[in-house]
Design a protein around this ligand. Structure first.
Ligand code: HEC
Ligand code: HEC
Ligand code: HEC
Ligand code: HEC
Ligand code: HEC
Length: 487
């Protein structure tokens, strides 16, 4: 035993040079290995950033997503899946309708919506949203289009705009103006399909880009209000911001300005609901005159981006795509889920979105979202009852000859209560995108409804009420365009 121990001593010394050499060689190998690994990682990162297979050359005339799909099959596969619709969300279309199934009616779920929109096309048909694949078809078949006159401006968010403008031809800005004001039924002949790859991606670099003039202009107005002049979204937005801005081209509140029917976002004062109403009061806008009360009403539409902007995820820099297009890995390549849908649809999507940040479980995340939805429904119910009561009280007061100044004051409160309520129910996350903010808007609905009822009783006069409304001096009913039936 000891001999082997002593015999081991000598060779160890003798081997000291070769040992050092071996260590050096090993070290060099490790270094080379690490370098190789780094190079590999960097290559893979490059790959992940630009996985070009270049089967096809893409350019500004490649409108067909199937052609892009030859270069990017995984993203194309996801994109096609926007046609998948869970069974429990499907409804049966009316007789003669070419669709196999459609989305459920929101009006059937809550008749108070019908009361709120009396005198407006939305009281006739309004449904849940569904996948992007259906955006053009659902628009063409909705009664708001088949039974009412609409402008081509509706296409802005329901078709591939680069393709439509190319089909109209000539200068892009002029083609856009033409599309907006052309009657829908003519303009839609230029549209070949729903949103496509070219709407969100530069065909040469695959970088995200904004292709819609209304957002380019709207965000410029918003930034100008924040003291930033001549903001150019496609040059100045960060890559992370673009993961929200591509969606905010469409998922926003809007109106069609003037006889030109120019799609416009009411953002020059900011992105809150108060800012939007102050904008509409200032320009004297109304979408319709309420049939039961005569109030100059404004319809709100899907302010998903604005609501998100007022929530904690926005402040933490979490964008739409982080939740609705979360990454999955295919080998070394990161693939964004192009089946843009609710992240709560499956455990897999909850996992790839929420759980990348929240150290939690799928079940717990579902529970948190359900709790937010429940609180939202509860608060909405209470304030919707208040608004509903105000509308019925104004209707009665007009019939029983209550003084005009009291009615006018009550109509002003209805205008506010109704726009705020609409803003919340037209937002698509049922409170999730900004829970506390959404509840605070609902509180304002209750408050304005109560003030409207007090005004009818004469308990608050025009003078007293002036301090509590956004813009007491403007008179929207007098200045609004008479041809403002836009939706
Ligand atoms: C061109 C306008 C447009 C853009 C851009 C757009 N959407 Fe949509 N989105 C729509 C329309 C329109 C619908 C409803 C289609 C229908 O009901 O037929 C919709 C539906 C949805 C739905 C409901 C899907 C479902 O299966 O229920 C989600 C979620 C959604 N969009 C999120 C996003 C996100 C996230 C982005 C950005 C990555 C985005 N959208 C970009 C117009 C757009
Ligand atoms: C932190 C994650 C998160 C972010 C960020 C986020 N959303 Fe959502 N969104 C949700 C959740 C959760 C719901 C509720 C889904 C449900 O209950 O099934 C939702 C619902 C929606 C819906 C309705 C989906 C449906 O199936 O009816 C739309 C549309 C939508 N979001 C668009 C957007 C847009 C546009 C943005 C960016 C401005 C955005 N979301 C940002 C998580 C997010
Ligand atoms: C509504 C906008 C939108 C549409 C339409 C769209 N994409 Fe994307 N795409 C995105 C977003 C957002 C990302 C994430 C980009 C980032 O963060 O850099 C993305 C990423 C990609 C990437 C980079 C790799 C990855 O998956 O993150 C490829 C490639 C891609 N998309 C291909 C396509 C193809 C092909 C189509 C049409 C079939 C398409 N996209 C349609 C929004 C869109
Ligand atoms: C990229 C990171 C990220 C992703 C993805 C993300 N979150 Fe969050 N979330 C945050 C941060 C940061 C906060 C704010 C700090 C906090 O409360 O932990 C937050 C807050 C929340 C809150 C509290 C909201 C409030 O107003 O108080 C809820 C609920 C929530 N997240 C749910 C979700 C759900 C559900 C998903 C997936 C659909 C999700 N989050 C995806 C980062 C993320
Ligand atoms: C600024 C973008 C934008 C414009 C302009 C726009 N939409 Fe939409 N539309 C959306 C988005 C986003 C959705 C999905 C979210 C939702 O349903 O709230 C949607 C959903 C719809 C739906 C399915 C759900 C429903 O409301 O029944 C129909 C139908 C529709 N729009 C018709 C129209 C018509 C008609 C016009 C023109 C008056 C129009 N849209 C103009 C963005 C837009």
């Amino acid at each position: 035993m000891s001999s082997s121990a002593t015999s081991a001593k000598e060779p160890r010394k003798k081997r000291s040079w070769p040992m050092i050499a071996a260590v050096l060689v090993a070290g060099a190998l490790v270094t080379a290995g690490i370098l190789a690994l780094l190079v590999n990682i960097m290559e893979r990162k490059e790959e992940a950033k630009s996985p070009y297979f270049h089967v096809k050359n893409l350019d500004e005339k490649t409108f067909d997503p199937a052609v892009w799909g030859e270069n990017f099959p995984l993203q194309y596969e996801g994109y096609k899946k926007t046609s998948e619709m869970p069974k429990d969300e499907q409804a049966t279309p009316p007789a003669g309708d070419p669709r196999k199934f459609m989305a459920k009616s929101k009006l059937k779920e809550d008749p108070r919506l019908v009361t709120m929109w009396q005198g407006y096309a939305f009281s006739v048909e309004y449904n849940e949203p569904r996948g992007h694949e259906y955006m053009l078809q659902d628009q063409q078949l909705v009664k708001r289009v088949t039974q009412f006159k609409q402008p081509g401006a509706c296409l802005n968010c329901h078709a591939s705009i680069p393709q439509v403008l190319d089909s109209i031809g000539g200068d892009k800005a002029a083609a856009w103006a033409t599309m907006n004001k052309t009657p829908y039924k003519e303009a839609v002949k230029h549209a070949n399909g729903p949103i496509a790859c070219i709407d969100c991606h530069d065909p040469k670099t695959m970088k995200l880009r904004v292709t819609r003039p209304a957002f380019i202009e709207g965000i410029k107005e918003y930034k100008a209000g924040q003291g930033i002049k001549e903001y150019d979204v496609n040059k100045q937005a960060t890559a992370q911001e673009m993961r929200t801005f591509v969606c905010a081209q469409c998922h926003v509140e809007y109106y069609f300005k003037g006889e030109e029917k120019t799609l416009t976002f009411p953002w020059d004062k900011g992105l809150t609901v108060d800012d939007a109403l102050a904008y509409y009061d200032e320009v004297g806008w109304k979408d319709f005159e309420h049939k039961l009360t005569g109030a100059p009403a404004v319809k709100a539409q899907h302010p998903d981006f604005e609501t998100w902007s007022n929530g904690v995820h926005a402040s933490a820099g979490v964008g739409c795509a982080d939740c609705h297009m979360s990454y999955t890995r295919e080998g070394a390549t990161k693939v964004s889920n192009h089946q843009v849908a609710s992240p709560m649809r499956s455990d897999a999507t909850i996992n790839s979105s929420c759980l990348t940040c929240h150290h939690s479980t799928e079940a717990e995340m579902k529970q948190r979202v359900n709790t937010i939805h429940d609180r939202y429904e509860h608060a909405k119910d209470a304030s919707f009852d208040a608004l509903d009561a105000l509308i019925k009280d104004i209707e009665k007061a007009r019939k029983s000859g209550v003084a005009a100044d009291k009615i006018t004051e009550a109509q002003k409160q209805q205008r506010k209560a109704q726009f705020f309520m609409d803003y919340v129910v037209s937002e698509n996350s049922r409170g999730f995108h900004a829970p506390a903010y959404t509840i605070s808007i609902l509180n304002d609905v209750t408050d304005a409804s109560r003030k409207g009822q007090l005004a009818l009783r004469g308990d608050i006069g025009a003078g007293a009420a002036a301090a509590s409304t956004a813009s007491p001096s403007s008179s929207p009913s007098a200045t609004a365009s008479p041809t403002s039936a836009t939706h």
